[in-house]
Design a binder for this molecule. Structure first.
Ligand code: NAD
Length: 478
């Protein structure tokens, strides 16, 4: 059955005014699984007006009540885990076990943000004048325009909705048009948890048209985007033009540094599993595998064997380790980058081709001896491709790691404490993980630097993006 995902405005799901829809295609089977309503200007006007009313109500709702509502939504998400995971796999392609994990992570994140909303403390200052009172309060920044991506449709939406709602903001969110069903499931959890009408509004449509309407709109006071660097720069510039604060979670090209003194068996196990998660469509995916010269050749050979053992198939089937890429367009983009690298002399150890002729499957791929001249060493592959290059010493590997303007995540594998300290200090990234893949926990900052964006979507830092300080000073008349 083909699902219909409407717009959610002022607490009601509905078609768009014009009745325009887009199709959602299962990337494993090429089947038409859903239609999604496409908003026009009149719909967007209604969404913004609802968000203005929603903000007025929600900001005055006590923080403990806001927190309880978000926690109820998290509980409903857990109750509906099976149904939502299946939808996620059908629209996005990831194996069911990964979809299941994404629901778990999303519920955990919601619990964290719900609790953090109860810890928004201001400050009382020692007054400069006798009998006076001086305080700095933190208020919700206002209605938010949020743009969320298709690679983790649930958890990336939660990283914006959670802190925004906990802080007392209302939201107009534009989730991805190609993976709308799982997000719609999340929004139903909020509605059924008692979130008042207008506090969250969901619109789909032509992305550029929606951002060009929402970002300049005077009701909108904050912009948050997760997606590619070029789109992020464009939206950040627009936000700047209208003097709106912005959070930008953009792409990465994570250096993954493997020293000869690392526990190579464990490192292999961790990285082979992590590289092909979500078919490599992960902003923090390990990408540039920089391996110390003395262990390079053996490491590449063993990694190639692991890549060849990855069982690729429909994410809904038991035993599938990696699903398809999200779309034919992504498959072509990955394929073009791999072809360019091979044409320029990279050694294709395995993969490098589409699998089958239905769906957008791409083989787990290992490219060795890549060089900075190749496009793939400069542009985010966002696919199941591991790039290998050898390095001589710490100074050389840090130069390569910091060569690109990206600065999201980096991984280091070593048993040498000196390497750990110096490399962690020298890496220009927002996150560094040593000897494991431990990013994206609710309690920790999540975000990049340089072209990977700014702001944070995790830890106690996340809620700050949805608050603004206000200084209130009072004195007794003398
Ligand atoms: P993209 O930037 O075009 O799209 C990403 C998301 O942004 C989509 O959901 C899309 O609907 C939305 N979007 C695109 N243009 C927009 C606009 N003008 N206004 C508002 N929203 C807009 O990227 P893509 O081609 O779909 O995906 C490939 C690239 O996206 C990858 O190479 C990767 O760099 C990046 N990406 C990053 C993340 C992340 O977690 N940081 C997530 C998804 C995609």
């Amino acid at each position: 059955m083909v699902e219909f995902v409407g717009l959610f405005i002022d607490g009601t799901w509905a078609e768009s005014d014009s009745g325009a829809v887009g199709q959602v295609i299962n990337p494993a089977t090429a089947e038409h699984v859903a239609d999604v309503a496409h908003a026009g200007i009149a719909d967007l006007e209604r969404a913004v007006a609802a968000a203005a009313r929603g903000f007025d109500l929600w900001r005055k709702t006590p923080a403990v009540e806001r927190s309880a509502t978000i926690r109820r939504a998290a509980a409903l998400l857990r109750e509906r885990q099976d149904e939502i995971s299946r939808k996620l796999t059908a629209e996005q392609g990831k194996p069911l076990a990964e979809a299941w994990t994404e629901v778990t992570v999303s519920a955990d994140l919601l619990d964290w943000f719900a609790d953090d909303g109860r810890r928004v403390y201001g400050k009382i200052l020692p007054p400069r004048v006798a009998g006076g009172e001086q305080r700095v309060m933190k208020e919700p920044v206002g209605p938010v325009a949020a743009f969320t991506p298709w690679n983790f449709p649930l958890s990336q939406a939660v990283r914006k909705l959670g802190p925004a709602l906990a802080a007392g903001c209302s939201v107009v969110v534009k989730p991805p048009e190609n993976t709308p069903c799982s997000v719609a499931g999340l929004i139903r959890c909020f509605a059924d948890a008692g979130l008042p009408a207008g506090v969250v509004n969901v619109v789909f449509g032509i992305p550029a048209q929606i951002s060009e309407f929402l970002i300049p709109h005077p009701v909108i006071r904050k912009v948050s985007f997760t997606g590619s660097v070029p789109v992020g720069k464009h939206l950040a510039a627009m936000a700047g033009q209208y003097m709106k604060p912005a959070t930008m979670e953009l792409g990465g090209h994570s250096p993954t540094i493997i020293f000869g003194d690392a526990d190579l068996d464990k490192t292999m196990q961790i990285l082979a599993a992590s590289k092909f998660r979500n078919a490599g469509q992960v902003c923090v995916s390990p990408t540039r595998f920089l391996v110390q010269q003395n262990v390079y050749s053996d490491f590449v050979s063993e990694f190639t064997k692991r890549a060849e053992a990855v069982r690729v198939g429909n994410g809904a089937d038991e035993g599938t380790m990696m699903g398809p890429l999200v779309s034919a367009a992504r498959q072509k983009a990955v394929s073009d980058l791999v072809s360019d690298a091979v044409a320029q002399g990279a050694a294709l150890r395995t993969g490098g081709e589409r699998i089958g002729n239905v769906g957008s499957f791409y083989a787990p791929t290992v490219l060795a001896d890549v060089t900075p001249a190749m496009r793939i060493m400069n542009e985010e592959p966002f696919g199941p491709v591991a790039l290998f290059a050898p390095f001589a010493d710490e100074a050389a590997v840090l130069r390569e790691a910091n060569r690109l303007p990206y600065g999201l995540a980096a991984y280091v594998f070593t048993e040498n404490a000196g390497h750990m300290d110096r490399v962690a200090a020298g890496l220009e990234t927002g996150m560094v993980t040593i000897n494991h893949i431990g990013l994206a926990v609710p309690e920790a900052h999540f975000g990049g630097v340089r072209d990977s964006g700014y702001g944070s979507e995790g830890g106690s830092e996340a809620i700050e993006a949805y608050l603004k300080p206000k200084f209130v000073t009072r004195t007794a008349y003398v």
